[in-house]
Design a protein around this ligand. Sequence first.
Ligand code: SF4
Length: 462
Amino acid sequence: MAAMSNNPPNLRPDLARAQVTETARPGQPTIGMVSLGCPKALVDSERILTRLRAEGYGISSDYAGADAVIVNTCGFLDSAKAESLEAIGEALAENGKVLVTGCLGADPEYITGVHPKVLAVTGPHQYEQVLDAVHKAVPPDPNPFVDLMPASGVTLTPRHYSYLKISEGCNHRCKFCIIPDMRGRLASRPVNAVLREAERLVDNGVKELLVISQDTSAYGVDRKHDLHPWRGREVRSHITDLARELGKLGAWVRLHYVYPYPHVRDLIPLMAEKLVLPYLDIPFQHAHPETLKRMARPAAAAKTLDEIAAWRAICPDLTLRSTFIVGYPGETEAEFQTLLDWMDEAQLDRVGCFQYENVDGARSNDLPDHVPAEVKQDRWERFMEKAQAISEAKLDAKVGKRIEVIVDLVEDDAATCRTKADAPEIDGNLFIDEGHTGLQPGQIVTVEVDEAGEYDLWGRLV
Ligand code: SF4
């Protein structure tokens, strides 16, 4: 497919190498991208692709494998306009479902006059509208075992927070996971490319950066932690160095998908210094060493309770979020009980829990002793009861405290905000229902907490 080879990813130092080389899982909604024009348009294409990937879409490098094709156009010169129209025509002929964006999209009639069958036209830098159009043309198919973001994450990201993808793929082989088969081995973006994107986001009004990848603590391992120039210095492609530099940009920085490797301890002082939010999203998945071994989890042997205690000693207000799988093949009642006891000790703030299920192609499907559905359900309920009680007690302890919150949404009856302990779309909220009308999304204000619920807080402006 000729047009799709324009600006190939391997010529873009700031694109993750695995960008278009994956194979989609069966049934995965898949999008193709034709990117024409200048580096700015390419950055938009990258942001659109990054967001689609995070939402669980596959990216196809050919028309045949795509459910729809986005053509990111250039309209600067007549020759570029002609090239854009030609690319749209080719995509329509080869695929049929075409969404147009970019500079030429500033004049929608110019496009629809020639190609009336395009599904949607959006202008330059309107990536949120592009994503909206993609959701309509090819609905997402969220998969909790595979996707980086929750199902609710398909709503558009408000401009005051943004996901920042630092790498693609994974070098591990957890038995319940097919990401390494689908997305390949870890491919980290150069540190200066990530920082450039983050800086641009902050310059454009982003107040919170959500760092995502499959394995954030492994960032840069594939690049042997190479050095890149940034602001007149050399910075290492390493999560500690990246987090420190991100923290200097002036936005909240939240780290997701951090595995409990020993070097995570080096991140905690950055939290204590307020460069990075005191928040770790760390997918433990289980606590029993045998279950973790059967899962083939990275850092399975780590003494996680000791690690957690060490982190909290450095940064006492650290919020820990995690996800778990109950009913993994072979999970005995004793193993499950270890998990419950571990929870009592670990006192995690926010917890998600899935009942194990087979995923097409996962190696865990063939393990012996699958757990019956009713046992899984029972364990899930017992686990969630405990997790909720811990979370509620932690929220209760915040009543009477003064804390900073970021405003997400202002409506007539209340402003929906989040504390530093709450990631958007997965954690809770803090609501302000008096004196809130003058607030703006993205504003950071101080509130006194006066009420706590099961997941959310209520407070008033100080
Ligand atoms: S660390 Fe395990 S669960 Fe996470 S992406 Fe890699 S293989 Fe999948």
